[in-house]
Write a protein that binds this ligand. Structure first.
Ligand SMILES: [Cu+2]
Length: 130
């Protein structure tokens, strides 16, 4: 009993974790956003976001809806990563993902690595145009 109970508790916890989609940070791609991590989708459109201490190279980035875009992230100074909440997009330095937003909309781009004193100020807008 002393051995089995913790095992059962751990199993229950693991199951609860699966049901709550743990490990995904709740940042799953919703309907209307297609994410191609293998970057096989054909496109000439590129969106590059560059970060330094403690800002992005632009306050606003624009992409077109219905068009695949190569979303690329570069951390030029310091250790930064980006996340676009509610889209499933998360990138580390040097990473690229191909994304298609089927609908126009507005999202936030935030730094998702605690990078220092200016961390909380690191955000930009991502505008998906019609
Ligand atoms: Cu940060």
């Amino acid at each position: 009993m002393r051995i089995r109970f913790p095992a059962a508790a751990a199993a229950a916890l693991a199951l609860a974790c699966v049901l709550a989609a743990c490990g995904n940070g709740g940042n799953k791609a919703p309907e209307g956003i297609i994410i191609d991590k293998s970057n096989q989708t054909q496109t000439d459109s590129v969106l590059e976001v560059r970060a330094r201490n403690f800002e992005f190279d632009r306050s606003e980035y624009r992409v077109k809806s219905g068009e695949a875009v190569r979303f690329h992230f570069v951390s030029e100074e310091g250790v930064h990563g980006i996340e676009v909440p509610k889209t499933g997009i998360e990138l580390r330095d040097g990473q690229t993902v191909t994304v298609t937003f089927e609908q126009p909309g507005e999202y936030e781009i935030i730094c998702n690595i605690p990078c220092g004193v200016g961390h909380a100020k690191m955000f930009a807008k991502l505008i998906v145009e019609a």
